[in-house]
Design a protein around this ligand. Structure first.
Ligand code: ADP
Ligand code: MG
Length: 237
């Protein structure tokens, strides 16, 4: 049985890392040993002559996961492109078997493991292999993060529909307001979704004005908004 979840989203920049870090920090605070993985990260900039996988670093920090960074994120890619394309252009071959072994290793030494995708569910990890295929092979249920703005209903429903087509279980979706201005759509979307999908909402996040989710204030803020009952089936493994 899975001891983890796969965090995907309706797009890039919708808050997958933000929500994953909040959840990692919260579960860590409850005493869980939290593992994290960001199998491939593209758009890594260079720091001190080395590529810097920012998401993986944030996930590691929030979770306290002691796995080395190059295992948490095995494929650190330079160009801001889908991982399969960025890897090809960097002459790197993404080895799915290796990623599966790494996931098994991380999840076997932690109570709960969070795996963050890149972009959305249909982003390719290999030229004809997407994150949906990867989540399926890991047997991980999904939490889908959706940017709560105009257009979200369509993006979210398409993602949920694709998850269904691929036989993926979705534990819940998270509505996340990434812009500081509350749009008319953002205030109304949740209600509209209730009649459009049977998948439950796992949380609704307003724009967070603080700096870091792992500070106590941020942790309480997160805890008040994330419905842990949605991931209870995984936490109780
Ligand atoms: N609810 C929120 N309030 C404030 N800032 C947010 C919120 N959600 C995400 N962000 C910020 O938006 C940016 C994109 O979020 P991120 O988690 O990196 O997206 P993704 O992982 O989906 O690409 C980051 O700078 C993040 O800190
Ligand atoms: Mg991210």
């Amino acid at each position: 049985m899975p001891k983890g979840i796969f965090i995907t989203g309706t797009d890039t920049g919708v808050g997958k890392t933000f929500i994953a870090c909040g959840l990692a920090a919260l579960l860590r605070d409850f005493g869980y040993r939290v593992g994290v993985m960001k199998p491939a990260e593209s758009g890594c900039t260079e720091r001190d002559g080395q590529l810097f996988p920012e998401d993986a670093v944030l996930l590691k920090k929030a979770s306290g996961c002691e796995v080395p960074l190059d295992k948490i994120c095995a494929y650190q890619l330079r160009e801001p492109l889908a991982p399969s394309v960025a890897a090809e252009r960097q002459n790197i071959t993404i080895d799915i078997e290796k990623l599966i072994d790494t996931y098994n290793e991380i999840s076997s030494s932690h109570d709960f493991t969070l795996v963050e995708g890149a972009g959305g569910l249909m982003v390719p990890l290999l030229p004809s292999y997407t994150y949906a295929d990867f989540a399926r092979v890991l047997k991980l249920p999904l939490v889908v993060v959706a940017a709560n703005r105009l257009g979200m209903i369509n993006h979210l429903l398409l993602t949920l529909e694709h998850a269904r087509c691929k036989g993926l279980r979705v534990l819940g979706y998270v509505l996340n307001q990434v812009e500081s201005e509350l749009s008319l759509a953002a205030g109304i979307n949740r209600e509209a979704l209730a009649t459009l999908t049977a998948v439950p909402c796992a949380g609704e996040f307003s724009y967070f004005a603080g700096s870091e989710t792992d500070e106590i204030g941020g942790l309480n803020w997160f805890a008040d908004r994330f419905d842990l009952r949605r991931i209870e089936s995984v936490l109780k493994q």
